[in-house]
Design a protein around this ligand. Structure first.
Ligand code: FMN
Length: 211
């Protein structure tokens, strides 16, 4: 593998931040642009948590809602990430949208959403995904895929003709950002970076960063 030959120049636009006072609105704007530019899976974001022994752990989850103060994703509360967040609410999120040469980097505090928010979202999921949430003991060892498929079959029989309720171990987390960085790739690695930090007065202050 010769990674040193895998180079390309970024030709991104000059960074444009319209919502100087509200970087969460700006995330929405960039997300909209990513959709318009047909970025595949623009809602896929890397979530980092901290394990009990202090190691960072990362995996991809899907952004499902953006509120005025937070970003929401859904998962199994008993999963590795779920337990890590319950133990340590400090998290990071990262979007990389290659097609538009942009990255958004967020650090913040994660909290469980209300049961109502989780119920409402669960009700919108396809039935097979609802069954999956019951069937998967996420992040626990599995003896075989047959075991999982048999469980799905059994659950399909059990819930036949009935609405599927949300399992209590499944729901959303809200990440409340404290730091948000917008990155726009530029030629010759002279990328543009703007970071917003939330002050103790709940005001966002911004600064440019060296690439
Ligand atoms: C594109 C993509 C989207 C994913 N979306 C989710 C999601 O929204 N929620 C989730 O729990 N896992 C999602 N996953 C699976 C996670 O990356 C991960 O494998 C799983 O949640 C277990 O993580 P954990 O053991 O750290 O808890 C997604 C994976 C990919 C590649």
């Amino acid at each position: 593998m010769e990674f040193e030959k895998d180079r390309r120049d970024y030709i991104g636009d000059i960074i444009d931040i319209k919502n100087n006072d509200d970087p969460i609105l700006e995330i929405k704007r960039w997300y909209q642009l990513a959709k318009e530019e047909n970025v595949p899976d623009p809602d896929a974001m890397t979530l980092s948590t901290i394990s009990k022994d202090g190691f960072p752990e990362s995996r991809v989850v899907l952004l499902r809602q953006i509120n005025s103060d937070s970003l929401i994703f859904f998962t199994n509360y008993n999963s590795q990430k779920g337990q890590e967040i319950i133990n340590n609410d400090k998290t990071a999120l990262n979007f990389y949208w290659k097609e538009i040469d942009r990255q958004i980097r967020i650090t913040g505090i994660a909290l469980k959403v209300s049961d109502e928010v989780s119920d409402n979202y669960f009700a919108t999921r396809p039935r097979a995904s609802q069954i999956g949430a019951w069937a998967s003991n996420q992040s626990q060892p599995l003896d075989s895929y047959d075991e999982l498929h048999n469980k799905v079959q059994q659950l399909n029989n059990d819930f036949d003709g009935k609405d599927i309720p949300r399992p209590k171990h499944w729901g959303g987390f809200k990440v409340y950002p404290r730091k948000i960085e917008f990155w726009q790739g530029q030629p010759s690695r002279l990328h543009h970076r703007i970071r917003f930090d939330l002050t103790s007065k709940q005001e966002w202050i911004r600064c440019l960063l060296n690439p």
